[in-house]
Design a protein around this ligand. Structure first.
Ligand code: FMN
Length: 401
């Protein structure tokens, strides 16, 4: 769904189109963004021109299309440098496996890769390709490299693909791409010099040397909050039990157990202005951890004695630190969230419904209610977790002000 409130007035968007079967969708984006007031400058690779034409984009955007490194139209006569400086954002939609590979390894032999390597502006990439291509180790590695270096990836969706198969590779919903561009363009450095400590992922509590008690938290929400904080100028430390790749400018501390998480948070909270506990920390851990594999004995059950883990948020006594907690609930969401807010002396609680399969754990989508200490309640729709991360930090910024 396209958000009608989105306004791009005065913004310059470099829309880079590459040789994917979904290139036709970029025509709609060029039209929508132009109608919303942006100056859209389209860049085409040679392969993109096999799918979509210059004339269409020039007619829609009223700007000249740049489709070569060598036909320069800018004042400086070096188009890639000109675009890399004047654009407010560079959006590669759709992005082929080929352009992703080029950008990840720093190749610059076409107008798009050369513009990207020259820019300091935000770069958003929306991959689109066949499911097997998207699953290929090289594409995965390249996308991880881009994420580590702060490129915003709009993950493709699962669905019907041009090959006739079903899989993950279809270009992300155009409305979501527009909303993300709008959000990035609106981001200010409002968290500059603020030190944020974020926790993410589900902890693993060892039973023996091979088994553990865990939960379904993927860590996506916490990681996206950390990335969003970085984009808003914060100095971010992320204590995470998740293997997800994160921007290299985030100080990531890897942990596994609730005890390790508690220890790291306790040490690092001393320097933090704000802590956001998005991790799903196990409430219980086996009392005894066996340091070998427990053998199965015929007809015998295994009894586990579980002890409570430390309550990390409750134990933080730092007065000048803003505390944000998450409440993953399956029932009585609002009441349970308010109880948690009070019991742990939080400045804000973020409640999410983990009973729905469409959102929450493991999903790329979430829907939350945020309650602040002074009783303000705000709710989101079901939205991509990156958007939810932005809304959480919007609320946090209000508390900080
Ligand atoms: C009909 C057709 C459809 C294609 N669709 C895609 C696609 O969706 N995604 C992709 O990564 N490559 C796709 N390719 C392959 C790319 O066009 C090819 O790798 C090309 O070199 C990409 O060049 P570029 O990245 O410079 O635009 C397609 C090729 C053909 C012939």
């Amino acid at each position: 769904m396209i958000d009608k409130t989105v306004n791009f007035k005065g913004k310059k968007i470099a829309l880079c189109v590459t040789g994917s079967i979904s290139a036709y969708k970029s025509i709609s984006l060029a039209s929508e963004w132009t109608q919303k007031g942006a100056s859209v400058h389209v860049l085409l690779t040679e392969s993109a021109k096999k799918f979509v034409g210059k004339a269409t984009f020039e007619g829609i955007t009223h700007n000249k299309v740049t489709d070569s490194l060598w036909d320069n139209n800018s004042d400086s006569n070096i188009d890639h440098l000109d675009i890399s400086k004047t654009a407010d954002i560079i959006a590669i939609v759709p992005a082929t496996a080929n352009i992703i590979s080029k950008i990840a390894r720093g190749a610059c032999d076409d107008i798009i890769s050369t513009t990207v390597i020259a820019t300091t502006k935000p770069v958003l990439i929306a991959p689109a390709m066949d499911g097997n291509m998207y699953d290929h180790f090289a594409v995965k590695t390249n996308i991880d490299t881009l994420k580590e270096n702060g490129v915003i990836i709009m993950e493709p969706e699962e669905g019907y693909l041009a090959s006739g198969s079903f899989g993950k590779g279809r270009l992300q919903d155009l409305g979501n791409i527009s909303n993300e561009i709008n959000r990035i363009l609106g981001i200010e450095n409002e968290l500059k010099d603020i030190k944020i400590l974020v926790s993410a992922g589900g902890t693993k509590e060892p039973i023996d040397s091979v088994r553990y008690i865990g939960n379904r938290s993927s860590g996506k929400m916490g990681h996206l909050i950390a990335e969003e904080g970085l984009m808003r100028g914060a100095d971010v430390t992320l204590v995470s039990s998740s293997n997800l790749v994160t921007a290299s400018k985030i100080n990531k501390i890897s942990v596994e157990t609730a005890e390790e998480m508690a220890r790291e948070i306790k040490t690092r909270v001393k320097d933090a202005d704000c802590i956001i506990m998005a991790a799903a920390v196990s409430d219980f851990t086996p009392e005894i951890k066996v340091d070998r594999k427990i053998k199965k004995q015929s007809g015998k059950n295994l009894e586990l004695n579980l002890k409570q883990t430390p309550d990390i948020l409750k134990s933080i006594q730092k007065n000048n630190c803003i505390k944000v907690g998450f409440a993953a609930e399956t029932e009585n969401h609002l009441n349970n969230g308010i109880d948690k807010l009070k019991a742990k002396n939080l400045d804000m609680v973020v409640i999410n419904d983990v009973s729905s399969k469409k959102i929450g754990f493991e999903s790329d989508y979430n829907q939350v209610k945020m309650i602040t200490k002074d009783g303000n309640i705000s709710s989101t729709e079901i939205e991509p977790k990156r958007v939810i991360a932005g809304k959480i930090l919007d609320e946090l910024s209000k508390i900080i002000k």
